[in-house]
Write a protein that binds this ligand. Structure first.
Ligand code: IMP
Ligand code: MG
Length: 187
């Protein structure tokens, strides 16, 4: 997955972990898988803002079915409160999801806190079905999380990454590739 030849003038961007070519090939595969699984239905893709926005729009165009889009923004409090499971809705969906085939589209599933919160909150609204599609999933995440992410793009080690939607302090979301971010380089 690594392209060592790529260099970025920003010293915090040390190496490309997933190139844009790898991303677009995988997005096409995921789109085909979803199109097969949902044939005859109209899935509702729910992009999780802001990180999932770029993946959501590319994925939507890779699904050869009529799809609908909605977006939701959530914020999880700092890592100290992770175990308490505090996630807050910043922007809710525009429309009702009752009876809909919902696919939640995420940039990355890290601890799984956001996923579990969204799952509980949205299942309470009685969709016909609810699945998760995440571009990235942490490699060492507990096995029980695996069952919850039906469509996973790439498995990633425990390094902070930016690009293709993912940020540090709102920056780097527009990079085409996914880069390892070295926190010490810009300080
Ligand atoms: P979780 O609730 O711990 O699974 O956190 C998921 C959220 O944390 C993601 O949707 C991202 O917004 C953020 N996140 C986790 N790891 C990274 C990373 O390496 N880069 C950028 N954002 C990340
Ligand atoms: Mg996110």
């Amino acid at each position: 997955m690594t392209d060592q030849s790529a260099l970025h003038p920003d010293p915090a961007l040390s190496e490309i972990l997933v190139s844009h070519a790898e991303i677009s090939a995988r997005v096409q595969q995921l789109g085909q898988e979803i199109a097969n699984d949902y044939a005859g239905r109209i899935p509702l893709l729910i992009g999780v803002l802001k990180g999932g926005a770029i993946f959501t729009t590319d994925l939507a165009r890779a699904i050869d079915l009529p799809v609908e889009l909605d977006f939701m923004a959530v914020s999880s409090y700092g890592s100290s409160t992770r175990t308490s499971g505090v996630v807050r809705i910043i922007k809710d969906l525009d429309d009702d999801i009752e009876g809909r085939d919902v696919i939640i589209v995420e940039d990355i599933v890290d601890s799984g806190l956001t996923l579990r919160y969204l799952r509980k909150t949205l299942l309470a609204r009685n969709p016909a079905s609810l699945e998760f599609c995440s571009l990235l999933v942490r490699e060492e995440q507990q096995a029980d999380l695996d069952g919850l992410v039906k469509y996973a793009g790439f498995r990633l080690p425990q390094v902070w990454v930016v690009g293709y939607g993912l940020d540090v302090g709102q920056r780097y979301r527009n990079l085409r590739d996914i880069w390892a971010y070295d926190r010490s380089a810009n300080s």
